[in-house]
Design a protein around this ligand. Sequence first.
Ligand code: NAD
Length: 260
Amino acid sequence: MKRLDQQVAIVTGAGRGIGKAIASHYAREGAKVVIAERDESLGKSLTQDLSDAGGEALFIQTDISQLADIADLTARTKQHFGGIDILVNNAAVTKSLGFFDVSEADWEWIHGVGSKGLFFCMQSVAAVMKEQGHGRIVNIASIAGKGYPSTSNIAYAGAKGAVIAMTRIAASTLAVDNINVNAICPGVTRTELYYEVVKGKMKTLDKSEAEIIAMFDGTIPIKRSNEPADIADLAVFLASKEARNITGQSWNVDGGLVCD
Ligand SMILES: NC(=O)c1ccc[n+]([C@@H]2O[C@H](COP(=O)([O-])OP(=O)(O)OC[C@H]3O[C@@H](n4cnc5c(N)ncnc54)[C@H](O)[C@@H]3O)[C@@H](O)[C@H]2O)c1
């Protein structure tokens, strides 16, 4: 039997990067996966790939910064699959910004998706999980939320710190309903977002791409940045029955950058 056989899982921001790896790992482990992605072509293309590989996947175009989209995501998932067992809150946005360059619009953009959107996804889906009497929530935070200084910007670090705190509060609130809530804090992970941050740092630090990548990798104790699959492996475990007694934790996957 596969580890997530017949489980219904929503993955936000699943169109590329870490979310795509999680959705693909979940489908491989037998889950029915809802691709909750803002970008229509990315969402449709992954849904097709997962279906072609023999999995069951549904694309629901969703902008998690919009509460109406979140309500629609929850209602349509419940209607289509009859329940929701797992929610992976992965979608987030950022860009490389200096401390004095963060504008109000940057703050609202980053927090609108990364902390506000994530909270209302938890609230909406947890209501369904509460009715069912079980559920798993995996929030993708970041070591930036624990003060890792080479973050893309301070507003992003603040949003990720909020994710870690909300994971704890949600875990203690929802434990009575048999809902486990954990966070994964990735370190440097080679996704499209990573290469966008590299480009930004090239400008702000006036260095080449190779120099910035060497700068990031050189600081990692294990000297290896993550592949998205490194995060997806832990996301499978946290959604599996083996993790039934783990809740409220924030797990670093970072080659040893932050030890806490
Ligand atoms: N890449 C890293 O080094 C790194 C490190 C630490 C944490 N993280 C976190 O991991 C998660 C995934 O990062 P990634 O590198 O794969 O990012 P990415 O930018 O490559 O992918 C993010 C996906 O989310 C989608 N998305 C963006 N805004 C959305 C919204 N409002 N609604 C729905 N979908 C939306 C995008 O279209 C994209 O498909 C994020 O939470 C990020 O903060 C990444």
